[in-house]
Design a protein around this ligand. Structure first.
Ligand SMILES: [Zn+2]
Length: 282
């Protein structure tokens, strides 16, 4: 039987979702509704956070983040950790669409898996799950979420998941900002099996490791919206993918067993992180 992770990947990349394009005219799209319903199945109380974004000089469209919160189990909750993954992709026609399996059905499915697994564990911190919309258009969902954050709810960390199925190099990059010491110390101790985890503290180091100076990974995904507001982040991603933003980014073209290694790694890390007190920070 297919795992829930596989099922979520299959659904999000299916013809019915037709590439998960942001900005349709009829409210939350099939993908947003699917994620909302999955959170409900897991006994969360999810909600849509709707926003407008620019599509041209004079035109706007609507996007819809899907948000669910998991309170801490050890009162008082110490901090709020926000896990993000963008669910939107490039769209297309049902006959020929951009499936966006790696980008970013992989991160979205992992977010849903975490929503299930982290319910079972000891938590010193609150977790907010945010499936963001309109990332591909300019990180609009994440920017809106950060703008709406309540000042009194202390968000200490963003964990951003974007493209998690490794290629043959079998690498997972974790780019982190400053003030993430307590998380990075734990990350370094985390067993990774055959996965080659590269923990990187600057965009330049990441460019060198990838032999490609063109992409600024600090700005490449939703974590940048948090960084701009001085919220520390950890960004998990496999780096370059030759199928990125092509119609070849399909479920068939990714290696599910390597993806599973990444999911296990992130899951184990998150379980540990939620049990790590903040005083271990600096
Ligand atoms: Zn992406």
């Amino acid at each position: 039987m297919a795992s829930q992770l596989q099922k979520d990947m299959q659904m999000l990349t299916s013809k019915a979702h037709a590439g998960r394009k942001a900005g349709g005219s009829e409210g939350p799209n099939v993908s947003a509704q699917y994620i909302h319903q999955r959170f409900e199945q897991l006994e969360y109380q999810p909600f849509y956070q709707s926003f407008e974004f620019k599509t041209g000089f004079f035109s706007t469209a609507k996007g819809h983040n899907v948000i669910a919160t998991l309170p801490c189990t050890v009162a008082p909750c110490e901090a709020n950790i926000v896990i993000t993954a963008h669910y939107d992709h490039l769209g297309g026609q049902p006959s020929s669409y951009y499936a966006g399996a790696n980008d970013n059905a992989s991160g979205t499915s992992t977010l849903l898996l975490l929503a299930q697994s982290l319910k079972q564990v000891n938590r010193r911190h609150t977790v907010t799950f945010v499936a963001t919309d309109a990332e591909e258009k300019g990180l609009y969902g994440a920017k809106h979420f950060v703008n709406e954050l309540e000042v009194n709810k202390q968000t200490i960390l963003n964990i951003n998941l974007d493209m998690l199925a490794p290629n043959k190099r079998n690498r997972l990059y974790v780019l982190h900002s400053k003030q993430t010491k307590f998380a990075v110390e734990l990350l370094k101790k985390q067993p990774s099996e055959s996965l080659r985890v590269k923990i990187v503290n600057s965009r330049y180091k990441m460019q060198r490791l990838m032999d490609n100076p063109r992409i600024d990974w600090h700005k490449a995904s939703d974590h940048y919206a948090f960084a701009k507001e001085n919220i520390p982040y950890l960004y998990f991603g496999i780096g370059e993918d030759k199928n990125h933003h092509t119609k070849r980014d399909t479920l068939e073209s990714l290696d599910f067993s390597r993806f599973q290694l990444v999911v296990n790694f992130i899951n184990n890390f998150m379980v540990g992180l939620l049990d790590t007190p903040l005083e271990a920070t600096n």
